[in-house]
Unconditional design. Structure first.
Length: 86
């Protein structure tokens, strides 16, 4: 099974990336996921279910420790064409 995770961390700071945002980038980029897209207003990554779920666990624990006060997360199961199931 393949999964896609989309997430944001808050609070936002448009002048300088907060520590929790930098930590989120480090966790996702180091997790061995496919199709990682990290941006200022949202982040997306795809991979096998075990890899994505382990990354989400690490992400939540580490960004909260780094000062995030809110994490918005969406997780989708992908079909064979890479599209979210309906």
């Amino acid at each position: 099974m393949r999964l896609r995770v989309e997430f944001t961390t808050e609070p936002f700071d448009l002048d300088e990336a907060p520590r929790h945002a930098l930590v989120a980038r480090e966790v996702i980029e180091a997790a061995g996921l496919d199709a990682v897209d990290v941006g200022p207003f949202g982040n997306t990554a795809e991979g096998g279910a075990d890899t994505v779920l382990a990354a989400v666990d690490a992400l939540l624990r580490q960004v909260l420790e780094a000062g995030a006060t809110r994490v918005s997360l969406q997780l989708n199961v992908l079909d064979e064409a890479g599209e979210g199931g309906k």
